[in-house]
Design a protein around this ligand. Structure first.
Ligand SMILES: Cc1cc2nc3c(=O)[nH]c(=O)nc-3n(C[C@H](O)[C@H](O)[C@H](O)COP(=O)(O)OP(=O)(O)OC[C@H]3O[C@@H](n4cnc5c(N)ncnc54)[C@H](O)[C@@H]3O)c2cc1C
Length: 375
């Protein structure tokens, strides 16, 4: 990628440099699933786009996620439910386009979810017991399940492989002509007369009239506005089951959830920890989760442990996303997706692209306005 404007005190030099300045319509800070999906939505609408990514695109929270598309209103703030439902509706088309453009499979699985409901869940959501009855005997539906002393309900929730999804989104973004600068840390949004005009990295300045902060758990670290985003750590592990078909459904129990992949891997997760920017795994925690997974599906005692990892979810004070224009003209933010960023990627891309390019918004996102944190 062509380098952009270097700092110079000489006006002649500045003029010469400016002739070589490359500018974009939109610069996105952060190449996770949110930044990548938005870049594609903007390119579809004709904008030129540069993504600045500190590390490798798609290797932070989006790499760590389990990939449940959990849109049933169970453990989600009520203000988020309409947006989550809208995103779940957009998912098949979103995945189809990414697979088509990248030539990669993202392992969208629509076998559904078996959810073991606590008495609190049943009290808060009485329609669980009536509308979500398990279609067959539980043993016929998922023979590998052990004994769980809670009622099982069936949810039509899908899952996806987030690592494959972000890899496909990266390839599709490149295919569509999005410029991506990896290993580039944005340090500040540049302003001129109070308007955003670019992004500085300390060494280089990149110019655009629209900047979007999609920096996930790090989104609060960029000036000029400090959004109250905190990292929420999640530890997970994956197992290689002896049989590819050991589990068909996502299984959600109070202690642990299990997410099967079509290649035979089974993911078990996840902790929700306020531990700062610490991505280390702890042997005790991983062992406890391993035991819980075996309790839920006894045959997992024979499964090989493949990997353990931790990621940092972007959490906001009200656990809702922060989406939209900031009080600085030209500066937008799309972060705070917390536990649902994989699910919310299609609708976030859609709504943010509408906000940036202009036009009537299809979804009411007033509850997610950055203004609620701007004093
Ligand atoms: C263990 C775990 C399980 C999860 N399970 C699910 C699930 O089942 N379903 C679901 O929907 N969601 C799940 N999530 C949540 C989901 O992963 C996140 O909400 C989502 O990935 C957030 O995407 P993002 O693009 O905002 O952040 P990220 O993927 O973290 O991307 C942000 C990017 O910004 C870059 N960046 C940061 N600062 C800068 C800077 N200054 N300059 C340049 N680049 C920068 C980072 O390097 C990073 O690549 C889970 C998360 C975890 C950790």
């Amino acid at each position: 990628m062509e380098a952009t404007r270097g700092r110079s005190s000489s006006s002649l030099l500045t003029l010469l440099y400016n002739r070589r300045v490359k500018t974009w319509d939109v610069i996105i800070i952060g190449g996770g699933i949110i930044g990548l999906s938005l870049s594609i939505a903007l390119r579809k609408r004709g904008a030129t786009v540069l993504i600045l990514e500190r590390g490798q695109p798609g290797h932070e929270a989006s790499y760590a996620a389990a990939g449940m598309l959990a849109d049933f209103p169970l453990e989600m703030p009520s203000a988020l439910q309409p947006l989550a439902a809208a995103s779940a509706r957009l998912y098949p088309e979103f995945v189809h386009a990414l697979q088509d453009e990248s030539g990669m499979s993202v392992d969208l699985r629509d076998q559904g979810t078996i959810f073991f409901a606590t008495p609190e869940h049943l009290r808060e959501h009485p329609r669980l017991a009536t509308d979500c009855a398990v279609p067959l005997q539980l043993g016929e539906l998922e023979p590998a399940l052990g004994q769980v002393d809670l009622p099982a309900v069936y949810l039509k929730e899908s899952s996806v492989d987030p690592r494959a999804l972000t890899a496909a989104a990266l390839k599709a973004a490149r295919h569509r002509g999005v410029d991506i600068s990896s290993g580039t840390t944005a340090s500040a949004v540049l302003l001129s007369n109070g308007r955003a005009t670019g992004v500085g990295t300390g060494k280089t300045e990149y110019c655009a009239s629209v900047i979007v902060n999609c920096a996930g758990a790090w989104a609060g670290q960029l000036s000029p506005q400090q959004f109250p985003i905190r990292p929420v750590k999640g530890q997970m592990l994956s197992l290689a089951a002896a049989s590819r078909n050991l589990l068909r459904h996502v299984i959600r129990a109070p202690e642990i959830y299990l997410v099967p992949r079509s290649d035979g891997r089974i993911l078990a997760g996840a902790t929700v920890e306020e531990a700062g920017y610490d991505k280390r795994t702890e042997a005790d925690t991983i062992q406890r989760m391993h035991r819980a997974a075996i309790h839920l599906v006894p045959a997992l005692a024979q499964a090989r442990m493949l990997e353990a990892w931790a990621g940092l979810r972007p959490g906001s004070p009200d656990n809702l996303p922060i989406l939209g224009a900031t009080r600085t003209p030209g500066y937008f933010v799309a972060t705070g997706h917390f536990r649902d960023g994989i699910l919310l990627a299609p609708v976030t891309a859609h709504v943010m692209a509408q906000m940036i390019i202009g036009g009537e918004l299809e979804y009411d996102v007033s509850a997610f306005s950055p203004a609620r944190f701007e004093s």
